[in-house]
Design a binder for this molecule. Structure first.
Ligand SMILES: Cc1ncc(C[n+]2csc(CCOP(=O)(O)OP(=O)(O)O)c2C)c(N)n1
Ligand SMILES: [Mg+2]
Length: 805
């Protein structure tokens, strides 16, 4: 008989035997899910599998201290944790393995992510944040190893802001005065990534409630720790970060991953330190194993020695727990065997349920198509070919949607010249299926909720008689001042942004006015500046993260592209991070202070709006627009525009600018130039000079690259002028090629062109230093003049003789 009385174990952690056995059952269930999952892949029922076997026990301990309002930012091994906090069911686990696109059955990603990529749904149907303080939250995983820790910093930092800024206490659905802890997990090998060190350092500097667990199994796929980590131990390597009495750092714990009581004890201490004192904690969980190897892509016998495999078998955390239960007399062999078989049955049943639901829908569709083929066979003269397709489809045991789509398309191709009744049915099926798969795979790149940035109403600037001319930076400063005043959730941070108010002084004096918690300096660490913003935005704040120059955005492209840009897509609208990234670029001085790598940016950042205002009033309008919306955006100010004079609108705090609406900034009849940003001024001046030789240029500022001309207005200009030039400062074939594709292909501009479409861009190298470097690296007024003049030389050589001979 088992004694069900409470038992006291280690450092006063009290736990009763029922709980111990429930924990054991969960780790066994989780292990079984991994075992079955691997088999499913090998049976061809799923494409790829990566599982949490060998890492079960520490996750139970972490789950025990994970409270409502807390956040996880982890990686693909965390299934046991997700089961334990009740935010991932076994059938959801298998539905994800099968890539089921039903969001009810696969709420993490609706079939968009590989298995083991967890996420909770944080938004309601209207796209509003739920009462996240009463939910156990997991931010959405990404596959790039280590990529999750940048966002972890932000999730933890938000607690600090919520605790220390009393103006935020009113948002009771977001935070309970900053008591929330952000729990991170990362593999031992992934700690070699630069962003891990950047995050640890920033956490120590910021003193934020972050508990970073390292699941250490001594390997990263086939590569052992000796290749990854100094001293083969990340906790040893990081020991200089350790908290000291008079020097704040991070707390470091090392614990064996198979020791249940030690784990409970350690996580209790770690969470308490983080929660009560906002001390960042690192928990290095050692001696973990990987019983099935890394993933379904290979077997670990290829790279682990026999001795290592034997050691892993012996130190399997589930086995160790079992032995401990028996040795402690908490249960008997017989009882554990029963419990284990129950656990296994639960996993198997969940597999069966999930598979049935997944396949059931497709088989239903398949049968409908087979019936339709029967009918078509009776109508068509192409019986042999149709019969062959019938046989192919009929033979498929586990069809996928692509098989059905292929069938429909092939049948329609075969009957293309026949006028038979079922043709209409086939076309209907095609349309229905295309709509379904578009919904499954091609939605939620941006917000589709009422809060989409595309729904923000335009509000133009108003000027009264007293509106004087001021420096561009003052226009921005007035806008930021109004935003900070309006909403306590607005925060701004970046290198040199706090004390001096950014290198161009658009935040000058605002730290004094709103305090360090609202307007903050950061270290030089672009990746985690963005991570700070993503985490804070996920938690309902309205961050403006500044990257000092666009050229340094390259350091952050990874997190922007992998994390921020994919967030809404990879959760099918289950999460959003309306982060605004502020930066400046285009023209100034030298290789790293005048870049305009817009092609790189727009191609890497689908999912983030990219706005390229030509002056600071436009920039201010975009900040206001984005602050009213659910979507993230990158706003690139013109580096040479801070000292240019602009009229200060009296309604600067309210002006908004619609996204994807180009503006004609000069009317003209002969040729259309499509451009943006700093190039607007160059093109406008060239246009003035061209008018002197009787060439009347229409200049269009596209204003936003993502989205681009949503209402397809540029074509109307080309219908009038019949000629088009795309101009910018990017490399040849960069964003000018993108704009050309959007206009010539998508808007069918080729139909109206009387001359070949032309691109004017920067040179094939980064801009050289100095005013001459600028003149000879970027398009200049004379070059724009000449390239446009050349077009007219071809049109009318008599009127436009060669200038240079
Ligand atoms: C940035 C990046 N590089 C490489 C990979 C391929 N990859 C996936 S998992 C992995 C090993 C990770 O090992 P570790 O961090 O120790 O985690 P474990 O799988 O051992 O738990 C690698 C190299 C990746 N996903 N992302
Ligand atoms: Mg590892």
């Amino acid at each position: 008989m088992i004694n069900l009385e409470s038992t006291i174990i280690q450092s006063g952690t009290e736990i009763n035997i029922e709980e111990i056995l429930a924990d054991y059952k969960l780790v066994v269930t989780s292990r079984e899910a991994s075992v079955i999952g691997r088999k499913e892949v090998f049976m061809g029922k799923a494409k790829f599998g990566i599982f949490g076997d060998g890492k079960e026990l520490p996750q139970i301990a972490m789950a025990k201290v994970f409270k409502k309002g807390d956040f996880r930012s982890g990686y693909y091994r965390d299934q046991t944790f997700m089961f334990a906090i009740g935010e991932h069911t076994l059938s959801e686990y298998f539905s994800q393995l099968y890539a089921h696109t039903d969001v009810e059955l696969e709420p993490a990603s609706a079939g968009r992510q590989m298995n083991g990529h967890f996420a909770t749904r944080m938004l309601d149907d209207e796209g509003n944040l739920k009462d996240i303080v009463n939910l156990k939250n997991s931010s959405a995983d990404i596959s790039p190893t280590g990529g999750q820790v940048s966002r972890l910093l932000g999730l933890a930092w938000a607690s600090k802001l919520f605790r220390n800024n009393k103006d935020l206490w009113q948002y009771k659905n977001l935070s309970n005065k900053g008591n929330e802890v952000a729990f991170g997990t990362i593999g031992n090998a992934a700690t070699s990534e630069g962003v891990f060190f950047e995050t640890i350092n920033a956490a120590g500097v910021l003193q934020v409630p972050l508990v970073m667990s390292i699941w250490d199994d001594d390997y990263g796929i086939s590569v052992p720790s000796s290749y990854h980590t100094t001293k083969e131990s990340i906790s040893k390597a990081l020991s200089g970060f350790k908290n000291e009495k008079h020097a704040k750092g991070i707390e470091i714990f090392v614990v064996k991953g198979w020791n249940y009581t030690e784990l409970l004890d350690t996580y209790k201490k770690a969470a308490s330190l983080a929660r009560t004192k906002h001390v960042p904690v690192l928990v290095h969980v050692v001696e973990l194993t990987q019983p099935q190897g890394h993933s379904t892509s290979g077997s670990h016998e290829r790279y682990k020695s026999k001795e290592r495999i034997a050691w892993e078998e012996e130190h399997d955390c589930n086995l160790k727990m079992r032995n401990w239960i028996l040795e402690s007399g908490f249960s008997t062999e017989e009882e554990l065997t029963i419990l284990e078989s129950e656990a296994k049955k639960e996993a198997k049943d969940a597999r069966n349920t999930a598979w049935k639901k997944y396949l059931g829908e497709i088989i239903h569709e398949k049968n409908k198509l087979l019936q339709l083929i029967e009918q078509t066979l009776s109508e068509s003269n192409n019986k042999t070919e149709i019969q062959r397709i019938n046989n192919e489809l009929g033979a498929l045991v586990n069809p996928i949607k692509a098989d059905l789509m292929r069938t429909i398309r092939k049948i329609l191709r075969i009957i293309r010249s026949e006028n038979i009744p079922t043709k209409r049915d086939w076309n209907e099926n095609l349309r229905r299926m295309l709509a379904n798969v578009a919904e499954d795979y091609d939605t939620h790149v941006y917000s589709e909720a009422p809060g989409s940035a595309l729904n923000v109403e335009p509000n133009p600037p108003q000027y009264d008689k007293g509106s004087g001319l001021v420096d561009g930076r003052v226009v921005l400063k007035t806008c930021f001042d109004a935003a900070l005043k309006r909403d306590p959730k607005v925060i701004a941070f970046g290198e040199d942004l706090g004390k001096i108010g950014d290198v161009n002084q658009a935040f000058a004096g605002l730290q004094d006015k709103y305090g360090e918690l609202r307007v903050q300096d950061t270290g030089i660490r672009e990746n985690t500046i963005i991570g700070q913003g993503i985490g804070a935005a996920l938690r309902g704040l309205r961050p403006i993260a500044e990257i000092q120059y666009i050229d340094y955005l390259v350091f952050a492209i990874q997190v922007l592209s992998d994390d921020l840009a994919t967030l809404q897509y990879r959760t099918k609208g289950g999460q959003r991070a309306p982060l605004i990234i502020r930066t400046r670029g285009h023209r100034l001085e030298g290789i790293w202070h005048s870049g305009s790598p817009m092609g790189m940016i727009i191609n890497a950042l689908r999912g983030v709006f990219v706005l390229v205002p030509r002056n600071m009033t436009k920039a201010a309008a975009f900040y206001n627009t984005m602050l009213q919306s659910d979507d993230p955006a990158l706003i690139i100010e013109c580096l040479n525009g801070y000292r240019l004079k602009e009229k200060l609108p009296e309604n600067i705090g309210e002006i908004t600018e619609p996204l994807g609406v180009p503006e004609i900034i000069r009317q003209g009849a002969d040729i259309t130039v499509v451009t943006y940003g700093s190039m607007c001024r160059i093109v406008m001046e060239a246009a003035n000079q061209l008018s002197e030789v009787d060439i009347d240029v229409e200049v269009i500022d596209v204003q936003t690259l993502l989205p681009f001309d949503r209402h397809q207005n540029i074509i109307n200009s080309i219908k009038k002028t019949n000629r088009v030039v795309f101009a910018d400062e990017d490399v040849p074939g960069g964003t000018t090629a993108y704009m050309m594709q959007k206009v010539v292909e998508e808007q069918d501009a080729y139909r109206y062109l009387d001359s070949k479409p032309v691109t004017i861009s920067g040179k094939n190298h980064r801009p050289a230093y100095g005013s001459d470097g600028d003149y000879f690296s970027k398009p200049n007024i004379e070059e724009v003049f000449d390239r446009i003049y050349e077009i007219f030389m071809e049109v009318n050589p008599a009127k436009y003789p060669e200038i240079y001979s």
